[in-house]
Design a protein around this ligand. Structure first.
Ligand code: BES
Ligand code: MN
Ligand code: ZN
Length: 504
């Protein structure tokens, strides 16, 4: 039972839209009834056919609206699909990506197997052709993604969309488009894998399952891969990590992936991903409402695996290490209890006041383990706190860092990837909330500033290198009965970050 991969071919092309021999050519219309450049070309070639239809009131150009036209005069394509772009002055990144998504969904639902999309020619302020093409590929992939491996009968599209050509406005732009295409495809595949892992339910996606997925990927892409079991972690002294999985009958795994694309002695970037395959809260049991969503509590680890897929396909010239502590947080006789004190790999002791604050307990040992790679930078990603969702909602991931240049580098990559972050403070002042009278620290800091005190906790294990932490609790998945699903974030951000470093 494997999830069906999206079999979609992308290419880029320049040339007059009216001369595209295609099942469907897609052109954009701004509000109100203002034709985009390629739409003007089609209008001219068809002696004002589009203007006439718009004058008739069939379409205003509102974002999300579409109109499918057949037999447009003097046009070589079988059909023309008009896609509303909203107001021209608001046509920024979000509107662009939404328009692409709307176009491909409409193409799929109207049985077009192939199409030429000209929306990619429309300029987006501050962005270039490479960006437009890359984002078009990622957005199209995202819109067509489905997770149906758990359905008894997957609903197959009658005539699935197979081929998309994105237009660039001049021949000279093709080479920039090619870069966008290559990056976009690799990122989209990485996102697909992260989504599949996130969406796979925790009765199947166990720590062992994740370890096997990592091994498979390592084999197909030539990564180094090491899986540490309970005994190996115990030897290393990972008392904090191991304490979390003890209430579960699924044994923990500590996954190590290595991409050796750089020079032998180049210091690696280490990515650390939280992978709690299910977070019931442990003895500090979570309330039942929406507990199902804690299936996504392995999204950090899933994203690390997704990033590896992308950088493997790109043959990235950089050394990258992935560390994924994977376990399940369940209540049982052997589980952590509030008041228990554990000793982390760093030697620091932790009083567990709430067993539901387990993410930091597994990450702290991974952060200590990261030291052995003498990393150039360490970035951890974790669905760490509900407080982060309250603070920032679903749009940016929260960024914390002990090194301003690293934070700026991540902010830059995030903006470019349109996989955004918002920096939060990591001030000394917050550290006192973690005081414990019995151990070196407590694992919770009370309700105020919950995502910050969680980051402060991690910072105590990341003193030996440049480090950033991404709280992806609000961004890694979408909730709700019908739309529930992994987003694959922040794969795109991290791949851009690594691409930028490899080009330096
Ligand atoms: N995995 C959760 C964080 C989470 C909660 C993400 C809701 C997305 C939505 C994490 O392990 C957790 O339970 N955190 C606690 C910490 C608290 C006990 C200090 C939380 O946020 O409630
Ligand atoms: Mn928890
Ligand atoms: Zn958790």
């Amino acid at each position: 039972m494997k999830n069906r991969e999206i079999e979609l071919e992308f290419s880029i092309k320049s040339g007059a839209p009216e001369k595209q021999r295609s099942a469907c050519v897609v052109v954009g219309v701004f509000e109100s009834r203002k034709l985009s450049g390629p739409a003007i070309d089609i209008d001219r070639a068809s002696d004002g056919y589009l203007s006439e239809i718009l004058r008739g009131g069939d379409m205003e150009g509102k974002a999300g609206s579409t109109l499918l036209l057949h037999r447009v005069p003097n046009i070589l394509a079988d059909r023309v699909l008009l896609v509303g772009l909203g107001k021209e002055r608001d046509f920024h990144e979000k509107a662009y990506r939404d328009a692409i998504a709307c176009a491909v969904r409409t193409l799929r639902d109207t049985g077009s197997m192939e199409a030429a999309i000209t929306l990619s020619e429309i300029p987006v302020k501050k962005r270039d052709v490479t960006w437009n093409i890359e984002q078009a590929v990622i957005s199209a992939h995202d819109a067509l993604y489905r997770f149906d491996r758990m359905k008894s009968k997957p609903d197959e599209a009658r005539r699935p969309l197979k081929r998309i050509t994105f237009a660039v406005s001049r021949r000279g732009e093709l080479k920039f488009g090619d870069t966008g295409l290559a990056h976009g495809l690799a990122i989209a595949r990485g996102i697909d894998l992260a989504k599949d892992l996130g969406n796979t339910p925790s009765n199947i996606c166990t720590p062992e399952y994740l370890a096997n997925e990592a091994k498979k990927l390592a084999k197909s892409h030539g990564f180094g891969c090491e899986i540490l079991d309970y005994a190996a972690c115990e030897k290393l002294g990972m008392g904090s990590f191991l304490s979390v999985g003890k209430g579960s009958d699924k044994p923990p795994r500590f996954i190590v992936l290595k991409h050796e694309g750089g020079k032998k002695d180049d210091k690696p970037v280490v990515l650390v991903g939280k992978a709690v395959t299910f977070d019931a809260g442990g003895i500090s049991l979570k309330p039942p409402a929406e507990m199902d969503e804690m299936n996504y509590d392995m999204s950090g680890g899933g994203a690390v695996i997704g990033v590896f897929r992308a950088i493997g396909e790109l043959g990235l010239a950089l050394n990258v290490v992935g560390l994924i502590p994977a376990c399940e947080n369940m209540p049982d006789a052997n589980a952590n209890k509030p008041g228990d004190i554990v000793t982390s790999m760093s030697g620091q002791t932790i009083e567990i006041l709430n067993t539901d604050a387990e993410g930091r307990l597994i990450l702290c040992d991974a952060l200590t383990y990261a030291e052995r790679f003498e990393p150039d930078a360490v970035i951890d990603l974790a669905t760490l706190t509900g407080a982060c969702v309250i603070a920032l909602g679903a749009h940016p991931s929260a960024l914390f860092s002990n090194h301003d240049p690293l934070a700026r580098e991540i902010e830059h990559a995030a903006d470019h990837a349109w996989d955004r972050v918002w920096r939060m403070p990591l001030w000394e002042d917050y550290q006192e909330q973690l005081k414990s009278s019995l151990a070196d620290m407590a694992n919770i800091g009370g309700r105020p500033a919950g995502s910050i005190t969680a980051a402060c906790f991690l910072s105590r294990f990341a003193r030996k290198y440049h480090w950033a932490h991404l709280d992806i609790a609000g961004t890694a998945w979408k909730g709700g009965r019908e739309k529930k699903g992994s987003t694959g974030r922040p794969v795109s951000l991290l791949v851009h970050f690594l691409l930028n470093r490899a080009q330096k």
